[in-house]
Design a protein around this ligand. Structure first.
Ligand SMILES: Cc1cc2nc3c(=O)[nH]c(=O)nc-3n(C[C@H](O)[C@H](O)[C@H](O)COP(=O)(O)OP(=O)(O)OC[C@H]3O[C@@H](n4cnc5c(N)ncnc54)[C@H](O)[C@@H]3O)c2cc1C
Length: 407
């Protein structure tokens, strides 16, 4: 295989927000880039993100507040230098996304910025209701236009250090193996929590490609990890109707006024507390016998989505939460008229590979970005900070990997 191995300066593994940001940045520096990705370019958890992306752009906001909120929500387990890099990179990341065509939602010309759980100020930007899908669409076009070579339906199977870089073995869907020799590698294969959920028989919001083999490969090579077993649950996973089981109602539902209730209608938590607080509260009321039962006996809490139009006026849900509204309507439920049943569902791996502020792992020539890394979110991620993480650290890692490869 060695004789016909493909060669590049930078190999990028994965094509979610982190991988595509890294590939574009590496090409900007002038490196030759190959992207390998398990299925189609952009098929990823990133494309599933609905809620939005955080950046300290509000009139009363500051990167200092964003820094404090991120560290506090992560139980002070985050790496302060990484958190600082994340929040300070926020405004520029939004400018960059807008420059490649992400259509951020505006009200009367100003960016729409709303408050989400765990944030002391409004800080969440949106591109319609499917921010991740809009990001993927814009990034996909930018990757295609960048001159990076994209190998779709190609999974990384093995990675070994070799003289002057790395030798990657990939396998295509047709079963054919191939070698790629790269000076540096950026791992952006996500947290693989979907695979973890399948292993323990839990429901998950993750894309079917979210499997952990790349993370495991890096750890087996000796890269150091942190907080690897710290998983985040999304508090409001749908449990009924069955066709929606595992679907997470975005946090914006609560930002716009949906409230949580036990079986007797009592509220039991601040709906805009950090995710782990809200998820734990739902689990606790169910364990205490205060949960409400779905027709098949599955227990959960009521999310009163009818409060949204009551608070904001008729038509608000259909306008601001059209995607959620329509998903439920297709299953015969009108969330403006009926409350819905929810229970926490596996969502995000908080920990991962240790990186420094350049996205460098603890192994030479090996970089990582996005959900495969740890330290940025401590042991509990704030909603909207992950999409930001993919862009800020994806671009940083792609740039650093390219500079090292070309040095
Ligand atoms: C339903 C849902 C909603 C979300 N909503 C939000 C939100 O509103 N705001 C927010 O900030 N975050 C949100 N998140 C979290 C966020 O979307 C992800 O954490 C983030 O996008 C991860 O990006 P990534 O690039 O690191 O990895 P992913 O987007 O997971 O991409 C990983 C890539 O690696 C590829 N890959 C995996 N294994 C291999 C292999 N062996 N070889 C080659 N390629 C491989 C995959 O095919 C994929 O292309 C949400 C997540 C989900 C699931």
């Amino acid at each position: 295989m060695t004789t016909d191995a493909a060669r590049c300066d930078v190999l990028v593994v994965g094509s979610g927000g982190a991988g595509m940001s890294a590939a574009i940045a590496a090409r900007d520096v002038g490196a030759s880039v190959i992207v390998v990705t398990k299925s189609a370019l952009g098929a990823s958890n990133t494309g599933r993100a609905q809620g939005g992306i955080q950046a300290a752009l509000g009139a009363d906001d500051s990167t200092e507040d964003h820094f404090a909120d991120t560290l506090a929500a992560g139980h002070d387990d985050g790496d302060p230098a990484l958190v600082r890099t994340l929040v300070e990179g926020g405004p520029d990341a939004i400018d960059w996304l807008a420059s490649i065509g992400v259509p951020f939602t505006r009200d009367d010309g100003d960016l729409r910025i709303i408050r989400c759980g765990g944030a002391r100020r409004p800080r969440l930007l949106q591109a319609g209701e499917r921010t991740g899908a809009e990001m993927v669409q814009a990034m996909r076009a930018a990757v295609r236009g960048s001159g990076a070579v994209v190998r779709e339906s190609t999974a990384l199977e093995d990675l070994q250090p070799m003289d002057g870089g790395w030798c990657a073995v990939t396998r295509g869907k047709d079963g054919a193996a191939a070698e790629i020799h790269a000076r540096t590698v950026v791992l952006a294969a996500g947290g693989g929590l979907g695979g973890e959920a399948a292993r323990i028989g839990a429901k998950s919001t993750n894309h079917p490609d979210a499997t952990p083999e790349v993370l495991e490969l890096a750890l087996a090579l000796g890269a150091e990890g942190r907080d690897l077993d710290s998983w985040q649950r999304h508090p409001t996973g749908a449990i009924w109707p069955p066709g929606l089981a595992g679907y997470a109602l975005p946090e914006t539902t609560r930002s716009y006024g949906a409230t949580l209730h036990d079986v007797s209608g009592e509220r039991f938590v601040d709906e805009l507390a950090p995710r782990d607080v809200v998820a734990d509260a739902i689990i606790r009321i169910v364990d205490d016998g205060r949960g409400a039962a779905a027709p098949d006996g599955t227990m959960g809490a009521w999310l009163d989505t009818t409060a949204i139009d009551r608070d904001n006026g008729p038509g608000f849900t259909a306008d601001r939460l059209a995607y959620v509204h329509n998903r439920y309507l297709k299953q015969g439920v009108d969330i403006t008229k009926e409350r819905v049943l929810v229970y926490p569902v596996l969502h995000y791996r908080n920990g991962g590979l240790i990186i420094d502020v350049s996205g460098h792992t603890t192994l030479e020539g090996l970089y990582a970005a996005g959900e495969i890394t740890g330290g940025v979110h401590g042991t509990n991620r704030l909603m909207g900070n992950s999409l930001l993480d993919t862009v800020v650290f994806g671009r940083i890692a792609g740039t650093a990997a390219a500079r090292e490869a070309l040095a």
